[in-house]
Write a protein that binds this ligand. Structure first.
Ligand code: ATP
Length: 316
């Protein structure tokens, strides 16, 4: 069956201007990314800050045109209720909701109904329906964002995403601005929604606990490139790429207390303005040998693991 989403060799570059008469620079935020996502599944994107996760998410959501490559959505249902397609949820539910708009107007925004009396009635009914789906009272519609907590605001953002009957929701760190006590509630809500409405998630997160819980597939980005992509089970139990291994080692296990500064990943991430030659990870890689600086490794199956792809000359 055709995947719901196909990301085909996508690159996103930002041209940066320098001073007068100086050559322009190109920031390579996303480089040659190819991924696909099956209907009803969750693909998580992980990687350090600056690895290009959000930029890729914006492109998937149609908010940033790729410099090259293609993003295809193969929708199945013909939505009779809204725009269908793709919606996006952002990290910070405080800045994502316009403080001057009433919740009803915020949530109904993707609908683009007319201004007839019938449309207004229909709009009110749809808003009440999605507010109920996310566990908010119907009278929330007549209030303003500042009257809600962070968790409730994220529910409002989810309601807005749901109202257009999307097949895919791009979620950019949807839990990380919330109190830990609220995170699991929102995560459970997102689980329920996926199950009930057959929605797929393109889920950006740096929290491996969350990723383990929600993801079917995981893609690891570093300097805009895919280092490894595999099922969540495989990638957590036997990561193949040295970057994936280092990334996971840098995270405290349950019971080891709060995040310790990662020991496994030494040094700073190189600048995407001038990424290293060959394998972009070679400057920090414990396994790097001479050819790693020269030859860019292809994303290929790890030995004996057909479904697990890693871009490394010396993958496990
Ligand atoms: N509009 C922009 N103009 C120029 N550079 C940008 C722009 N947006 C992002 N970048 C750069 O692209 C690279 C990738 O950024 P991006 O925000 O996608 O990474 P990320 O993995 O989502 O990081 P974080 O986890 O911190 O959100 C970074 O080097 C960033 O500075």
């Amino acid at each position: 069956m055709k995947p719901l989403l196909e990301i085909d060799d996508v690159s996103v570059h930002f041209p940066l201007r320098q001073g007068f008469m100086q050559p322009g620079l190109t920031l390579r935020a996303v480089e040659n990314v190819t991924l696909s996502l099956q209907r009803g599944k969750t693909l998580a994107i992980v990687g350090e800050s600056g690895s290009g996760k959000s930029t890729l998410g914006y492109s998937v959501a149609g908010l940033r045109k790729p410099t090259s490559g293609a993003i295809r959505l193969n929708p199945q249902r013909q939505s009779e209720r809204g725009s269908g397609g793709i919606q996006m949820i952002f990290q910070d539910p405080f800045s994502a909701l316009d403080p001057r708009m009433m919740v009803e107007d915020i949530v109904a925004e993707p609908l683009r109904l007319g201004e007839t009396a019938f449309a207004r009635k229909e709009r009110r009914a749809k808003v009440a329906e999605v507010l109920e789906q996310v566990g908010l009272p119907a009278d929330a519609a007549n209030r303003y964002p500042h009257q809600f907590s962070g968790g409730q605001r994220q529910r409002i953002a989810i309601a807005r995403a749901l109202i257009g009957d999307p097949e895919l929701i791009v979620c950019d760190e949807p839990l990380s601005a919330l109190d830990v006590s609220i995170q699991s509630k929102i995560l459970n809500l997102m689980d329920d929604i996926r199950e009930k409405y057959g929605i797929s998630y393109f889920f950006i997160s740096h929290d491996f606990g969350v990723v383990r819980h929600i993801a079917d597939q995981v893609a690891v980005l570093y300097l805009g490139r895919i280092m490894e992509v595999a099922s969540a089970d495989d990638i957590f139990s036997k990561p193949s790429h040295p970057y994936t291994q280092a990334l996971f080692e840098a995270v405290p296990r349950i019971g080891r207390g709060r995040r310790q500064k990662g020991h496994a990943l030494k040094g700073e991430i190189p600048t995407p303005l001038n990424p290293p030659s060959g394998c972009v990870f070679h400057t920090r890689c414990p396994r790097a040998r001479e050819n790693c600086a020269k030859v860019r490794p292809k994303l290929e199956p790890a030995p004996g693991r057909p479904g697990q792809l890693a871009a490394c000359h010396y993958k496990d």
